[in-house]
Design a protein around this ligand. Sequence first.
Ligand code: SAM
Length: 267
Amino acid sequence: MTDFKDLLSYVERETEFATSYYDDSYLDRRVSARMRRCGADSYAEYLDVLREDDEERVALLDTLSVNVTEFFRDGKVWSALEDVFTDHADSSGISIWSAACADGREPYSLAMLALDAGLSPWQVDVLATDIDQDALARARAGRYQSTRTADIREQLDFLEDPLEYVERDGDHGFVVADHVKDVVTFERHDLITDEPKSGFDLVCCRNVCIYIDKQYKRPILDTVSASIRTDGHLVLGQTETLPNGVKERFEAADPRIRIYRRLPGDD
Ligand SMILES: C[S@@+](CC[C@H](N)C(=O)[O-])C[C@H]1O[C@@H](n2cnc3c(N)ncnc32)[C@H](O)[C@@H]1O
């Protein structure tokens, strides 16, 4: 295992990817997949490849950074969020944090759905953060092309009329319309080491903790829960749960789809 640790230290040192945050078995699966592609038989051999081959370093980083996301990922969650947005239609507005937003499809889905539920642009404020600067650059651009495995048009079908919120971009792509982009702000934020935020009505922190080493889940969920106002909502990914010590701060608004409501009181 020394060779595997050496390899991880090399990646941590020479790239922007913080291997120490991630679960070892997750990292091992990803590294092993790259090793097979390169025909490297051992971690030591693969480390030599990495040292010499810039393109392989980029390919490994691509494989390690799990930016997998979709517009309106897990439809049932979005149907429930529609009700949350409708409740805010007569209010001074809703402030939303998409924490670990990847390439922006989650925060744009939030913005589109809030506008679709009848909120005016001035009532919708979405902060979208991620640790990965490349993902944030793609998110700001807001251009999405369908691929063999991801049909963007189909992902947007959750909306009755997606073309109110996106414009066509070539034969297989869409670009997010300016009036949607205008309500979303992107910023780099590390959920493990950066400060919590405050006062959000709704925070989505979905599908990040599943990849992260166990010891960091609590700090991430502490950061997230400190950022939500009393009665505000938290949405987790469909396979994620709140650890002891954090779950006491919430009641389940809809436990089947991992939506929680923040209870009064300090952390
Ligand atoms: C699988 S994506 C989830 C995207 C979206 N939330 C969703 O559910 O579709 C996980 C994202 O977490 C980000 N991430 C990983 N560690 C992070 C950290 N410590 N702080 C903030 N974001 C992090 C990754 O860069 C990646 O974009």
